[in-house]
Design a protein around this ligand. Structure first.
Ligand SMILES: Cc1ncc(COP(=O)(O)O)c(C=O)c1O
Length: 424
């Protein structure tokens, strides 16, 4: 066999997103003519969920005006001003334009937070299931501590889960509303975590040690149900202002996943270093899209109308699925769901391990359950293992961003029929 020299660590080991890979595999099967309900990807069908009209119009206008040269590394000032106002109005958060950084979606900003705050031997703590933290750990070469969460706590981390690690960590990566679970921090749970971080930093200050920071990813901010109002660290503990970097953008809340405008805000010094890092990478949001986003955010009435509309649409689907799963459970099927609280996701359980298919094959693993659902119900969802969870139970993320209103009942019916084929 021919011998090859090995390349560097990344060339040999880096892997892409498992979720995107799965979603594209399903899309390929759909394109081949298979009828599958693809509830895998955390994206929108843009025919069902178009971006706001003003945003589309303003993007066209900006190109007509030749807004096509390099934007400033921190983002154009009108956009940072519009974001400043948005933070104040939507979240009562007071940040100056120098504390806000714009990039080509929120991913580069998350990478920049990891890369700026963590030295190679530093440690980041994050809950599982959660989105992509394992990959950012790999990319930055830091050490990750994964804390498994439980359905009893809505799969959100509670202080008890990670108190013992607190003295060792340099970054805690939190997200609410949470991808993949569609659940949100309560004020009580987040407060107890924040209080512990404040105390920890007081101790470190006395000893002259490096601080612990919080990355608060609220990309789904604006998509939290009214019953679970959004909470955030600095509003709860203003002392955390120097140690918290937030993530938001237009990807999820304004359905602009492909428009690529995201922003972070936090202490000016860290934001400035993140700006320099992303400048070297060139991960800026396109200038025309920045101009358009600025104009859109300033049209307060349209922002409100859009938010009301998208929340109603998403809630219809999430509640529809939730009720449907409860109904299936009521009829004796081994399924369950967590009450939806936000984002575009529902947590569902197909507790089918040990059951037999119509061909007398026992479902032994989560992979068997996934295959059964795909083949018998023609439904694809992402198992929690793709979000780093080690649970042996077949919990799944069901994403509603690509699903029409009519699909909700069609999918539930298809799942119901598939479950009836199982021998208990
Ligand atoms: C929790 C979370 N943060 C960040 C992102 C990335 O968003 P963007 O498309 O703005 O890069 C996603 C995308 O799925 C996400 O789920």
């Amino acid at each position: 066999m021919e011998k090859h020299l090995v390349a560097g660590h990344m060339a040999e080991n880096l892997i892409g997103s498992e979720i995107i890979k799965l979603a594209w595999e399903i899309n390929a099967r759909i394109n081949e003519g298979q009828k599958i309900f693809n509830l895998t990807i955390g994206d929108y069908n843009s025919d069902i969920f178009p971006i706001p009209e003003t945003l589309t119009e303003q993007i066209k206008i900006a190109y007509d005006e030749h807004q096509t040269n390099y934007p400033p590394g921190e983002g154009i000032l009108p956009l940072r001003s519009a974001i400043k106002n948005y933070l104040k109005e939507e979240g009562k958060l007071d940040y100056s334009t120098n504390e806000i950084l714009v990039a080509g979606g929120s991913r580069p900003l998350i990478y920049a937070i990891y890369k700026t705050l963590l030295d190679p031997k530093d440690t980041v703590l994050f809950p599982v299931p959660s989105w992509n933290n394992n990959h950012y750990v790999h990319l930055t070469g830091c050490k990750g501590i994964e804390v498994e969460t439980s359905p009893e706590n809505n799969f959100l981390p509670v202080l008890k889960d990670f108190k013992k690690y607190l003295s060792k960590v340099h970054l805690i990566a939190l997200c609410s509303p949470l991808n993949p679970t569609g659940t949100c921090f309560s004020k009580k749970t987040l407060s107890s975590i924040c209080k512990a971080v404040v105390k920890e930093n007081e101790k470190r200050k006395e000893k002259g040690k490096k601080a612990v920071y919080i990355m608060y990813d609220q990309i789904y901010w604006g998509l939290a149900s009214k019953k679970t109002p959004h909470v955030d660290p600095v509003s709860l503990y203003p002392e955390l202002r120097d140690y918290t970097i937030y993530i938001h953008g237009i990807s999820k809340v304004f359905a602009g996943t492909g428009v690529r405008v995201g922003w972070a805000w936090g202490p000016e010094k860290i934001i400035g270093k993140m700006r320099s890092l992303l400048g070297h990478i060139g991960a800026w949001a396109p200038k025309a899209e920045q101009k358009a986003t600025a104009s859109f955010l300033e049209t307060k009435k349209e922002v409100k109308t859009y938010l009301n509309w998208i929340n109603e649409e998403i809630s219809f689907r999430l509640e529809g699925f939730y009720e449907g799963f409860k109904n299936l459970k009521h009829h004796g099927h081994s399924v369950d769901a967590l009450k939806p609280q936000g984002a575009i996701y529902l947590t569902v359980l197909f507790d089918l391990i040990g059951q037999k298919t119509k061909d007398n094959k026992t479902l032994e693993t989560v992979a068997d359950v996934t295959k059964f659902l795909l083949e018998e119900a023609r439904v694809a969802m992402v198992p929690f293992s793709a979000f780093g969870s080690k649970t042996k139970k077949p919990w799944y993320r069901l994403s509603v961003g690509t699903c029409s209103k009519d699909d909700v009942n069609n999918i539930l019916e298809s799942i119901g029929k598939a479950l009836l084929t199982l021998q208990k």
